[in-house]
Write a protein that binds this ligand. Sequence first.
Ligand code: ACO
Length: 321
Amino acid sequence: MKTRIIGTGSCLPKAVVTNDDLSKYMDTSDEWISSRTGIKKRHLAVEETTASMSIEAAKQAMENAGVTAAEIDLIILGTVSGDFVTPACACEVQAAIGADRAVAFDINAACSGFMFALNIANAYIQAGLYRTALILGAETLSKIVDWEDRSTCVLFGDGAGAAVVRADENYGLLSFDQGSDGTKGDVLACPGRANNNPLIKNYQKLSYVHMDGQEVYKFAVTTVPASLQKTIEAAGLTAAEIDYFALHQANIRIIQSVSKRLHVNEDKFPISLDHCGNISAASVPILLDEMNRNGLLKPGMKVALSGFGGGLTWASAVVEW
Ligand code: ACO
């Protein structure tokens, strides 16, 4: 029995902010952002919330999969920017779509969140506990980035992506690699709420994303190709046999470096970061949905997926579409 992705969906906020628009608010330029990252614009939430975007992406994925809410056993949502500490965003999705039978919970694996959700759903399905799962990555990063720090805020965007996965006799997940390195947590971090209990004298209010961009870059260009290589080999394939690589959309230079290290043409690496920016856990499912809706994916195709980011965390998979 395999775990197969049978439908995808996504939602981006209405407001589009170009690099030129950003240069009106801070000392930056389209030239600086585009040449270093490949990002041209991003969508930022105004009315939208992490839950509202997740719900829309979930509905689209269910429609695309031809699955009703009553059939969903499990909802797992990767996010670092949910609207509430509790309830989990996954529970908000459950209520909105009416998936009464489902078990719903969030996970925090930063930009690897969707990939970790895929592997957790796969484990439940392989164990025979559940048959159909809704997995999501959703972020409103614009509320946790520091808009006075031009070196980070220009990189990120908001949005949500979803997929329905189901036990399948023929096609599905072929292999998975997953890892974490907690010793490097500080290179990409966002502190939580400050403790302001009466015993605390000088609590810190800092609660924005901060990043050591060069360390993150080094981590990504070494760990991601190694993880992909391991996953592709475990699937009994070579990199040349993979039809598409759907990678976390952090930075075009990371993607180019991975393509070079794997000796695979860049054409096999579809891109959404040019119009979405980096949407952490949401970027892999949004990219997959774009590929799906653009007709790129045909049944039986081999697609390698990879997420990587804060934690540090990473995860790769090879799936048959
Ligand atoms: N506009 C204009 N100038 C800027 C901006 C900006 N938005 N941001 C920083 N600068 C300036 C800096 O002040 C600095 O100026 P100085 O030399 O006068 O001090 C100069 O540009 C270079 O700054 P660096 O931070 O060294 O820029 P770098 O060349 O390292 O590029 C970047 C930054 C693009 C983030 C790079 O480190 C990178 O590619 N990192 C990879 C990691 C990544 O993409 N992370 C995204 C999120 S993490 C994830 O999803 C896994």
